[in-house]
Write a new protein. Structure first.
Length: 624
């Protein structure tokens, strides 16, 4: 076993530092002074309908009030905290009490409200916890809350991970990519075994201020601080990581089995989560079915089914659709209604995968045939009703659609690809996505890059542009002429505009780096364009300024930057105004109910940002 698990898992350095294990250890420590019940206390409890075969096994905290205990059956050794004060449950205030329950080998913290519940067995219950109208809450000694559960990211099990409470998408991604027999992978799985062994517990845990209402079944569960389990059907072999600022909610008939739910996540409206990991601020709603999967930060799954998949941050899946064996750690994409993305699309064994790549948009009714890889084609859009044959595509910001016209001498199963179409014709969606990622990011424990145009995507654009520039003099191109086109046709009339769009955004990225570098320094230093820098991103941008031959005059570069931003602002507004034009032509009262492009909040925000940049540019030009 490797002595340095940090080399594999970024979220936990070693077992001694694991927050979950520390919380579990804390839950097993009795931090109050207890005493035996007095004869008068026993008499009072029996008069209030309580029963116990051996009252000597019941210990209570100083300040325990027997008047608040009614019709409780005690079995085994139990410790009861002070039943004082009150807590708020919904819109009501409830005094601390124990009523109409059976309690077996439990610790119950101060100020708890527990009533009308069938059985509490082998549970440690924190202060201020509410348990009302529930069924059986039990823990089997030495169970480890599902830690170490195998998650098959391909249905036949060739690519799998095992989860532990602090696991991130990055951890899962790295573990899933390791070759099966690689020493580092073997060590990582052994480390998870050690984690599970350390988590094996004699008791289940419900931490402080959690509320569990009208839930029939809870087994082998760790329920974190301030969790809200409201009318759920079942929670078993699971870890709920929660705190007062980021409470987890499981409600409305939902089921969670052998799964991990991290802070601020929500499972609602009869959803099923089984053998899965829901990362911070993720959501399963409206009958969603999630099985054998990892769901990333801020990702929302509604109505559809996700099986044997790894989804990264900000994936939106809000309608009836299907993802099976989808490996998508980059996330930031969207799945349209009716999309069918499943590994068992033929009678062959379901041992294939689909890798969408960052920001992919799978349109309405898209059918994906496996295998497929679009990791080198981020922010590509697959148009409505397209069937994607097995392929690898390497042109970022593309649109794939049915051919506008079917050329002769080409297979009819080929779609058409328009490289860089999102950059040239749909900039509004990119601008909206960047701002949406920032505005809707509710995750605190994990961070990711919100920018769309950055070093990684620029390098992909440079590679794609080079391939487009190396070929010409055909009406249509296929993978045979231009590697990376996949099972698609490229028309000559699309090639030139794609080169222009890639070039514009590569240059804009470098100009933006120059401007921001100068703005941080408050001036335009001598030699800024010729002196190497330790800032890796600026050095990347500085070299692009030279490669693209954008000039060496700082004043001219700043002016080129603001001019480019004006062009970009115009394209953003134009891409939105096309919707207005089409809408007004088709819908009679469209203008009465839709904000025009020139008044759109995002367009206005973009203009305001441009004004601020122009003001800053003027100050720099005065010093240049």
């Amino acid at each position: 076993m490797s002595s340095n698990p940090k080399a594999t898992f970024s979220s936990v350095h070693n077992l001694e530092d694991a927050p979950f294990l520390k919380a579990l250890e804390s839950a097993g420590k009795l931090d109050i002074t207890v005493r035996s019940l007095s004869p008068g206390g026993i008499t009072r409890l029996e008069a209030q309908g309580c029963r116990c075969d051996d009252w000597s096994l019941i210990k209570v905290a100083e300040g325990f009030d027997p008047a608040r205990v009614h019709k409780v059956c005690f079995r085994g050794e139990n410790i009861l905290g002070r039943l004082q004060g009150e807590i708020t449950i919904g819109n009501t205030i409830e005094p601390s009490s124990l009523e109409r329950i059976t309690i077996e080998n439990c610790w119950i913290g101060d100020g708890a409200v527990i009533r009308d519940t069938g059985l509490l067995s082998n549970m440690h219950i924190g202060a201020g916890v509410a348990i009302i109208g529930c069924g059986r809450m039990t823990h089997t000694p030495n169970e480890c809350f599902g830690i170490g559960t195998v998650v098959d990211l391909v249905e036949t099990g060739e690519r799998f991970i095992r989860w532990f409470p602090e696991m991130t998408v990055e951890d899962a991604d790295r573990l899933a990519r390791m070759p099966q027999r690689q020493t580092e992978r073997v060590d990582a799985l052994q480390w998870i075994d050690q984690y599970a062994n350390r988590a094996a517990s004699a008791f289940g845990v419900i931490e402080d201020n959690a509320q569990i209402l009208e839930t029939p079944r809870l087994e082998n569960a760790f329920i974190g601080v301030s969790s809200r389990i409201l009318s759920a059907q079942r929670l078993s072999d699971c870890v709920i990581l929660s705190d007062s600022e980021r409470p987890v909610v499981v409600e409305d008939g939902s089921i969670v089995k052998r799964s991990l739910l991290q802070w601020n996540s929500c499972v609602t409206s009869q959803s099923l989560v089984e053998m899965s990991l829901l990362c911070e601020a993720s959501v399963a709603e409206r009958h969603a079915k999630i099985s054998q999967s990892v769901i990333g930060l801020n990702t929302s799954i509604g109505e559809g089914e996700v099986t044997s998949s790894l989804l990264g941050p900000f994936v939106g899946m809000h309608h009836q659709s299907l993802l099976i064996s989808v490996f998508w750690p980059e996330g930031k994409g969207n799945v349209g209604s009716g999309c069918q993305c499943g590994s068992n699309h033929t009678s062959r064994e379901p041992d294939q995968e689909f890798w969408p790549g960052e920001g992919m948009f799978l349109g309405l009714g898209v059918n994906v045939k496996f295998p497929g890889c679009f990791t080198q084609a981020p922010y590509t859009i697959i148009a409505t009703g397209i069937t994607l044959p097995p392929q690898r595509v390497e042109f970022p910001f593309s649109l794939i659609l049915q051919p506008v016209e079917q050329p002769k001498d080409f297979s009819e199963d080929l779609n058409e690809i328009i490289p860089a179409w999102v950059l040239s014709d749909n900039l509004f969606v990119l601008a909206r996505n960047e701002r949406k990622f920032i505005a809707r990011d509710r995750a605190k424990s994990g961070k990711f890059e919100h920018r769309v145009i950055r070093r990684e995507t620029v390098e992909l654009m440079k590679t794609a542009r080079k391939r487009l520039q190396e070929t010409s003099d055909r009406d249509y191109y296929t993978e045979n002429e231009i590697p990376g086109l996949g099972r698609n046709l490229l028309a000559e009339y699309s090639r030139g505009p794609a080169v222009e769009a890639y070039t514009f955004h590569i240059s804009l990225y470098a100009l933006e780096g120059f401007f921001e570098r100068c703005e941080r320094l408050g001036e335009v230093p001598d030699g800024i364009l010729t002196s190497p820098s330790d800032d890796t991103e600026w050095e990347h941008q500085r070299l692009i300024l030279q490669e693209e031959e954008l000039g060496s005059n700082p004043r001219a570069l700043i002016e080129s930057y603001t001019d480019s931003l004006h062009q970009m602002a115009l394209r953003v507004e134009e891409s939105k105004s096309r919707d207005d034009t089409r809408g007004k032509r088709i819908i009679p009262d469209y203008t009465d109910h839709h904000v025009p492009a020139d008044s759109n909040p995002l367009v206005l925000q973009f203009r305001n940002e441009l004004t601020a940049i122009e003001t800053a540019a003027t100050r720099l030009l005065e010093k240049a």
